[in-house]
Write a protein that binds this ligand. Structure first.
Ligand code: GLA
Length: 692
């Protein structure tokens, strides 16, 4: 049994962890335990009670409530806040019943006075050691209820003292920067107000008591599966308790729950490990891979023309690039922006998704056939959610964009955002892209989104206009999900000016993510490592481009991209014979190691966040084959580089490292390590092979 009921409540057990909760004597649903799985059922503590009372501090301040609603004298961050039709803004939840199955628990509550029903959903991912939580609210009455905050979960690490919060922050061209800070007293708010997940913060978190490192120590970690506005509230209360609440952002949010309707939140996921930050990441990697649309597939090595041509694409120019790409061993040729009607620059054409008749006088098919004749598959770039004011679509439907009628429509990159909360807009996009995919042999689609929101209005909204924030995202999922279902062979990439839309929900639709528009290899090291905190290398598309050409050796640039899903994005027509030979060699090598990189366990050996000498390792699940990458960016000479201590080997098995003298035990490689005398801007890649 993975979920057990005892007279104290419920114990949720995964392979290595346990999470216990109960209704305490005062009637609050509280968390009892979260950490290592314990041997006996009666090992788990009883539910905490709020001992003591002061006029300034009631139970709401003292208890680790699973899902606190705003009610009574409660001043900590609640998960739920609603306004009833009579203006009452206080929700008193009463436990009704539990439904338990092998791996799900549903706890049903209702308000003591109003016909509002709430269900907390728990799902155990037993082998992945993760707990998934979501919430649904049903209005069983006759008058509407306004939802103002409905978070997905509140998570409570044990109350043992202070915690550090690890999270990812950044901006366009500099995404996924790891921050690891002690939580201050009070509330730390991380969020997106940008309509999408955003480059600026990512809903991933990890908590530790300051003693965890990559390999050891207790870490409580999690994330939210949502691609719209989200909020993470990390609160250290006045009583020294820490909790993290996660869900749809309540900023500017409102949802009118009409009689008979149900609102369901996205899922929040969390786990515990005593294997440090590395194990936390590998847990998420395994889970993400297991739930990808094509998780068991290795990704093709693609060529993308964006950085080579910008908008200057044409049948002849693309065909020339394709020929070189194929000769290097590339497997998938992707035409980026610029292929559709009137798209000479970024100020026109978005919305009109037919091939430009000047650039492609016979449509896309001749190019596609040419690419296929070269032995490659064909892929294409689209940006469905956007429209340029200079487009036929906008001229026909100026009312289809997000706007406030009395305000200027702020353009960014000369574009406006189509209101995907509207079903007519969704239907239009489905029809357009369904036809594109039906009429052409397209195997890969890069779905981009190149601006964030402004003037978040929904004129003529049939409902509460602030529902836009959620209905837009649901609209994106509907369009994407419908296209994916109709064209199941297509591999999708989620791009939003780089890594602006990377989350577990978009990875139900997309197979991979374009991590950053910054393709300069030395900068990319840190970006890719930050990304790896939550996401596996299998979803990390990484191109070798011309950024840094002349300064950073091509081999170094390849090694950086080979630690994810290798792609090429430089102007191959300008590459010398030497450069092409180098490219062909590393492409061939990558084909040998990509199963280990994309499907294996990832170890951050030496951090690019901390230093100029970094290393990353991947091992297959059987611990037979691995690959280690090392990069030295810039260190003054003389210098002593630290040994690279491998991980994940079987201690008493023997391993050889290609190109390095000596067979040694796994323990020796892990404890003593590997010494690589790299010069500045030099890198290395070595395969690891078990001998016995
Ligand atoms: C975004 C993407 C780029 C490229 C351009 C095209 O910036 O991140 O890779 O596709 O759009 O306009």
């Amino acid at each position: 049994m993975t979920i057990m009921s005892d007279d104290q409540g419920w114990i949720l057990q995964t392979a290595h962890t346990a999470y216990a909760l109960a209704i305490n004597e005062a009637g609050y649903l509280v968390q009892r335990y979260w950490g290592a799985r314990l041997p006996h059922q009666d090992d788990y503590p009883p539910p905490p009670e709020a001992d003591g009372w002061a006029s300034f501090n009631g139970p709401g301040q003292l208890l680790p409530e699973e899902y606190p609603a705003y009610a009574g004298p409660k001043y900590v961050e609640p998960c739920l806040k609603v306004t009833f039709a009579d203006g009452v803004r206080d929700t008193v939840l009463q436990f009704e019943r539990a439904e338990v199955s092998e791996d799900t628990l549903e706890l049903h509550f209702h308000d003591v006075h109003y016909p509002l029903h709430l269900t907390l959903h728990y799902r155990l991912h037993t082998t992945d050691d993760l707990i998934e939580r979501s919430v649904s609210l049903t209005n069983a009455g006759a008058t509407p209820i306004t939802l103002e905050r409905v978070l997905s979960a509140q998570w409570h690490p044990p109350q043992r003292g202070k915690y550090r919060l690890s999270h990812l922050a950044g901006r366009w061209l500099d995404e996924f920067r790891l921050h690891r800070d002690w939580l201050p007293h009070g509330v730390t708010r991380l969020e997106s107000r940008r309509l999408t997940t955003s480059h600026h913060h990512n809903p991933w978190f990890a908590l530790d008591d300051g003693r965890a490192n990559e390999d050891d120590g207790e870490v409580w970690f999690g994330t939210l599966a949502w691609s719209g506005n989200w909020v993470l509230l990390a609160e250290e209360t006045d009583f020294g308790a820490t909790r993290v609440s996660l869900g749809i952002n309540d900023w500017d949010f409102a949802w009118l729950l009409e009689p008979g309707e149900t609102f369901t939140t996205p899922s929040a996921y969390a786990g515990w490990t005593d294997g440090g930050f590395g194990a936390a990441s590998r847990t998420l990697h395994d889970y993400v891979r297991a739930h990808l649309p094509h998780g068991d597939q290795l990704h093709a090595i693609l060529y993308n023309s964006w950085e080579a041509t910008l908008f200057d694409v044409s049948e002849a120019g693309q065909a020339q690039l394709a020929e070189v790409a194929a000769s290097l061993g590339v497997e998938l040729f992707v035409v980026d922006d610029g292929w559709f009607k009137s798209r000479l620059w970024d100020n026109a054409g978005l919305g009109d998704w037919t091939p430009d008749p000047v650039k492609f006088p016979h449509g896309l098919t001749p190019l596609i056939e040419g690419v296929k004749a070269l032995g490659m598959e064909f892929g294409i770039w689209i940006e469905p959610e956007m429209v340029n004011p200079d487009s036929d679509l906008y001229r026909a439907h100026p009312d289809w964009v997000i706007n406030f009628p009395t305000r200027a429509r702020t353009t960014a990159r000369s574009q406006l955002i189509l209101n995907l909360a509207r079903t007519d807009v969704q239907d239009y996009l489905i029809t357009q892209f369904d036809a594109l995919l039906r009429d052409h042999d397209i195997r890969f689609v890069k779905w981009d989104m190149n601006r964030n929101i402004s003037e978040p209005g929904w004129p003529a909204a049939p409902r509460e206009p602030r529902e836009l924030w959620v209905r837009y995202v649901q609209g994106v999922y509907r369009v994407w999900g419908t296209l994916r279902a109709r064209h199941p062979h297509v591999i999708w990439q989620s791009c939003s000016g780089g890594g602006g839309r990377a989350d577990l929900a978009i990875l139900r639709h997309a197979d991979q993510i374009w991590v950053s528009d910054n393709t300069e290899a030395t900068a990319r090291l840190r970006i890719q490592e930050g990304f790896s905190q939550c996401f596996p290398a299998q979803v990390m598309e990484a191109w070798v481009t011309d950024a840094g050409r002349g300064q950073v050796p091509l081999e170094f640039r390849f090694h950086v991209s080979m630690s994810g899903v290798l792609g090429l994005g430089g102007n191959l027509l300008q590459w010398s014979d030497d450069e092409r030979a180098t490219a062909a060699r590393w492409i061939a090598y990558y084909k040998q190691i990509r199963a280990i990189v994309q499907l294996g366990d990832q170890y951050r050996l030496l951090s690019a966040h901390d230093g100029q000498f970094s290393a990353m390792q991947y091992m297959d699940k059987e611990r037979n084959h691995g690959v280690v990458f090392a990069y030295r960016v810039w260190l003054p000479d003389p210098t002593i580089l630290p040994p690279i201590r491998l991980r994940g080997l079987i201690p008493d098995a023997h391993y050889e490292i290609q190109g390095i003298d000596g067979e040694r035990s796994g323990l020796a490689w892990m404890r003593d390590g590997l010494r690589l005398p790299l010069a500045n801007l030099e890198s290395a890649v070595h395969t690891i092979r078990r001998l016995d």
